[in-house]
Design a binder for this molecule. Sequence first.
Ligand SMILES: Cc1cc2nc3c(=O)[nH]c(=O)nc-3n(C[C@H](O)[C@H](O)[C@H](O)COP(=O)(O)OP(=O)(O)OC[C@H]3O[C@@H](n4cnc5c(N)ncnc54)[C@H](O)[C@@H]3O)c2cc1C
Length: 285
Amino acid sequence: MTLPTLPTTAEQLAGPMLPAPFAVRAKRRDTVDTWTLALEPCATDTFPFAPGQFTMLSAGGHGEVPISICGDPDHPERLVHSVRAVGLATQAICETQPGEVLGVRGPFGRGWPLDAAEGQDVVIAAGGIGLPPLRGAILRLLARRERYGRLVLLYGGRSPDQLMYADELRAWADQGLEVLVTVDSAGPEWLGHVGVVTRLIALAELEPARTVALSCGPEIMMRFVVAGLTEVGVQPPRIHVSIERNMQCGIGHCGHCQLGPTLVCREGPVYPWSQVERLLAIREL
Ligand SMILES: Cc1cc2nc3c(=O)[nH]c(=O)nc-3n(C[C@H](O)[C@H](O)[C@H](O)COP(=O)(O)OP(=O)(O)OC[C@H]3O[C@@H](n4cnc5c(N)ncnc54)[C@H](O)[C@@H]3O)c2cc1C
């Protein structure tokens, strides 16, 4: 009888709880409080991931936080994150400079159901910092453009200067993504739509029976997006949302991200709306 090999090195013992060193290679400011960092692994060559997955990211001793991977899944040699500085950990991550090293664990969670959406129209509804978790999906959809029907992005921000990836929105439109953008409020220089993102749903003239929807943003926004989509006939199982919960381990052990019977870090963060609607309606969860 052969005995199982037991973990011996610190790396084996720590497993997915041990952060790997990644060097910051490039840094760009997107909005007043949001930065996009491109990282490269110091110890491995690539970091394969599925669009919609996240990592646990840390800078120095300032804590570890879940951040969606927003890079191109066809280029896993670069790990890209867009981070809004809202507190200690995210502030420290945003302050890192090219050449400095961050800790990365992951990738974790389940991503967007892009394979299942093949042959369908895909509508993406994002609000504010909800666009980064969808960026990898957009890049993947555009890279396999011929496998899908219409590709539509409905994107809303608080004001024009809060919109993420302004240059890329134009480039994506040139590649076949129908891009509709709105802001809550704007000065006279803004010539686009003003109003909440749900207003764009009617303009998109969707064919509900062949539409798959992906949405990320504040929970209240996703609720209204789902209401707007179901109103035009898109069935809840065809609508997928990415939800945020307080996370610590990322691997389904600590239970911090429990939402009823599901652990968001492991079974999410992407869920069909039909699976989480009832759970999100319960305040205590
Ligand atoms: C799966 C997942 C993916 C995420 N992807 C991204 C991303 O791509 N980019 C990004 O900038 N952020 C993302 N977040 C949110 C990010 O994890 C939080 O902003 C971060 O944990 C805040 O930590 P902090 O120590 O900087 O701030 P804290 O001091 O912990 O919090 C500062 C403020 O932010 C609020 N906050 C804390 N955690 C969250 C949270 N999870 N959601 C909403 N508000 C929160 C607090 O209530 C407080 O008001 C994601 C969260 C999850 C769960």
